[in-house]
Design a protein around this ligand. Structure first.
Ligand code: FES
Ligand code: FE
Length: 372
């Protein structure tokens, strides 16, 4: 994707895109229920019978670790009378999932295996009433799901987009995210429309104002030019900075396959619609967004490290603290913006200055998808 930068200003989306429940409904249908969404970290489901539930568009999706060791995803809806099968966000069963309403029971592959009095109901075809399966792919150590009947190509959309942003040689695969261990996770409840969070992540015009710790570590961010579309080269650490930590103190050893030209650099990519991947030499930070309402978004952020770093019991606090502060600073800015989206001052939107013009590319993509 090419981005033309001119000196002129271009308009943002009008305010109602961030407040109108009808727009949010369209986004649920045409984005979150149509594209691949990053649902759960695969290693969180560490043995057969482990499950997690996540909100994808308007659906609750149940992801299980099946007996064959693979992951499966289903709509979290009992096929009898529609009760939500699993109410908890996470759990562990032995070998089956039982509906709490009339006790229909499904195995971990979603087959209906038992129901009270089923033998007296010869017209119930068990094979026709298994859980409704959802497409699932694993990548970067996460289960990505797609609710579409005919999912778009995972390679062309998700993987292709991530590679396009990073380019060669800064290949995302070199961080071997799927082999990393979870060091820390924070779930942020953000009172803002999900697009404000994406747009904020895509620009660094705000970095000098709200991210003092980050701009100390990445001095070029203070210039406001370090948007994702322009940092395919990676943003360099400051000369006096040892690691990607809250005070620039040393982090951990470089991940084994990270190349020399990726060392001491920070790369950030957005995988549309709602995933951010941040790559630094010694860890990966991955954000998954779950838009719950037009003005409410849950962001789950994982800090991932080499397994031996986690096994050693190393103190991660300075490493985690840097991006935790960045997250809190960013989300506070989004929450500050959300109420004004309904103001008459923003009826026609605001403006994108030249260092934000690539956000217009995101808006074009969004408008095209909503019209499709
Ligand atoms: Fe699930 Fe009846 S709704 S068993
Ligand atoms: Fe920011």
């Amino acid at each position: 994707m090419t981005t033309e930068v001119s000196a002129s200003l271009i308009a943002t989306l009008p305010g109602h895109y961030y407040t109108d429940p009808d727009v949010f409904l369209q986004e649920q249908e045409r984005l979150f229920e149509a594209l691949w969404c990053c649902a759960v970290r695969a290693a969180d489901l560490d043995r057969p019978g482990a499950y997690r539930t996540v909100q994808v568009g308007r659906e609750s999706v149940l992801v299980t670790r099946a007996r064959d060791g693979g992951l499966r995803a289903f709509l979290n809806v009992c096929r009898h009378r529609g009760a939500r099968l699993c109410a908890d966000e996470a759990g562990q069963v032995r070998r089956s999932l039982q509906c709490p309403y009339h006790a229909w029971t499904y195995d971990l592959e979603g087959r209906l295996i038992a129901a009270p009095n089923l033998t007296r109901m010869p017209d119930v075809d068990r094979s026709a009433y298994g859980l409704v399966e959802v497409a699932l792919r694993e990548w970067l150590g996460y289960a990505w799901v797609c609710l579409a009947d005919a999912p778009p190509s995972f390679e062309d959309t998700v993987i292709g987009e991530a590679r396009e942003r990073l380019g060669d040689p800064a290949s995302i695969e070199r961080y071997r995210t799927q082999d990393l261990a979870l060091g820390h996770r924070v779930r942020y409840e953000v009172r803002a429309n999900w697009k404000l969070i994406v747009e904020n992540f895509m620009e660094c015009y705000h970095c000098a104002t709200i991210h003092p710790e980050l701009t100390d570590v990445l001095p070029e961010f203070a210039d406001g030019f370090a948007a994702q579309y322009y940092v395919g080269h990676g943003a360099a650490f400051g000369d006096d900075v040892s690691g990607f930590t809250v005070d620039g103190s040393p982090g951990f050893g470089r991940l084994p396959d990270v190349a020399d030209d990726q060392d001491r650099r920070y790369y950030a990519i957005t995988v549309k619609p709602a995933v951010f991947v941040n790559l630094v030499p010694d860890h990966v930070i991955l954000h998954r967004m779950f838009p719950l309402a037009v003005d409410r978004t849950v962001v789950e952020c994982d800090w991932l490290y080499a397994p031996d770093v986690i096994a050693s019991g190393a103190d991660l606090s300075k490493s985690v603290e840097l991006f935790h502060r960045v997250n809190e600073q960013d989300f506070a800015a989004c929450e500050r913006t959300q109420p004004a989206m309904g103001s008459r001052a923003y009826r026609r939107g605001g403006v994108l200055v030249p260092t934000e013009h690539h956000i217009g590319v995101f808006h074009h993509w969004l408008i095209r998808r909503l019209a499709s």
